[in-house]
Design a protein around this ligand. Structure first.
Ligand code: GRG
Length: 298
């Protein structure tokens, strides 16, 4: 596996990437009290080459609602930290049991299982610390913490993961599969947009349009992820493929077939773009990001 073969930068979407990388790097510097091995493993997992889709969604939503993207950077960092923690925990032997992530050995392979568990715990705690401390005014920070907590807790991201694990080797309906992915994958996309918009003091109409975009984008992302598991390249994806069938996972290609899954992904991406109608041409970057998700091979 060649880490350099991972194309992590969405073409044309790189405006914020350098700033995001710098902010992520700063977020995992600690004073002397953080044990070296834990800090090294947190940096290894958070700073590994990823597409940074969720922090870009925060910043794009903020800019679209006329906010200051610098003010939204703590939220951008927080959502990427939650994402990185979920990947580290998902890769553990008790969950998906993977040895490769972002073109590198998974955290528990590079370090050990106890360290990987602690990395996830510490990244999650740090995400809320940064959000609560650095978003202004404090009332907005509290609302952001509440929204993020709900989106990644027992009813959404973690709940979706639990439902996904429980559904292995069980027959799911399309509606049940969609409900799992709206929680497991979609909730973090949706809340990323919401945090950026809330920091920009968006109107209810703007928030509703971004919710709609996020719901369609999140589901499309998962349908495409399922398709890539059967037809993608391990070199490009930087992770093992073909695991869904082996693990008895319910997937869109398994339920709908490949062609209908591709058509569904197209439709969801189109819906995502249409959702942004109230923003007119100013929503170009979010529409471009949706097209990147449709065409992605990483
Ligand atoms: C363990 C609490 C807990 C939750 C796990 C998100 C998740 C729930 C599991 C990750 C496993 C997985 C493959 C989910 C499908 C969608 C997904 C999140 C893919 C990875 O996201 P990308 O492609 O990753 O944005 P990069 O590496 O580019 O950041």
């Amino acid at each position: 596996m060649n880490e350099m073969s991972l194309s992590t930068t969405p073409p044309g979407l790189s405006n914020y990437l350098h700033e995001i990388e710098a902010a992520l790097s700063a977020a995992v510097q600690f004073d002397a009290d953080c044990p070296d091995r834990l800090r090294e493993a947190m940096q290894y997992s958070l700073l590994a080459p990823g597409k940074r889709l969720r922090p870009q969604l925060v910043l794009m939503a903020c800019e679209l609602c006329d906010g200051d993207t610098q003010a939204a950077m703590p939220a951008a960092v927080a959502v990427e930290m939650i994402h990185a923690y979920s990947l580290v925990h998902d890769d553990l032997p008790a969950m998906d049991d993977d040895d490769l992530r972002r073109g590198r050995p998974t955290c528990h392979k590079q370090f050990d299982e106890a360290t990987a568990t602690l990395v996830g715990d510490a990244l999650q705690a740090r995400a809320f610390e940064i959000l609560a401390r650095d978003v202004q005014p404090p009332e907005c920070a509290a609302r952001c913490c509440c929204e993020l907590g709900r989106a990644v807790g027992a009813t959404m991201l973690v709940g979706g993961q639990a439902a996904d694990l429980a559904s292995e080797f069980q027959q799911c309906s399309l509606a049940e599969l969609e409900a799992i992915h709206r929680r497991k994958t979609g909730a973090l996309f949706r809340v990323s947009l919401r945090l950026g918009a809330m920091i920009a003091d968006a109107s209810d109409g703007q928030l509703a349009a971004l919710d709609d975009y996020g719901d369609n984008l999140g589901l499309a992302f998962q349908v495409i992820d399922d398709l890539l598991d059967v037809s993608g390249s391990e070199d490009h994806m930087g992770k093992r493929l073909g695991k869904d069938a082996h693990k008895g996972k319910n997937t869109y290609p398994a339920i709908l077939g490949i062609e209908s899954s591709q058509a569904l992904a197209e439709k969801l991406i189109e819906n995502a773009s249409v959702s942004l109608g109230i923003f007119g041409d100013r929503a170009g970057p979010l529409r471009e990001l949706a097209l990147f998700v449709r065409q992605r091979n990483t």
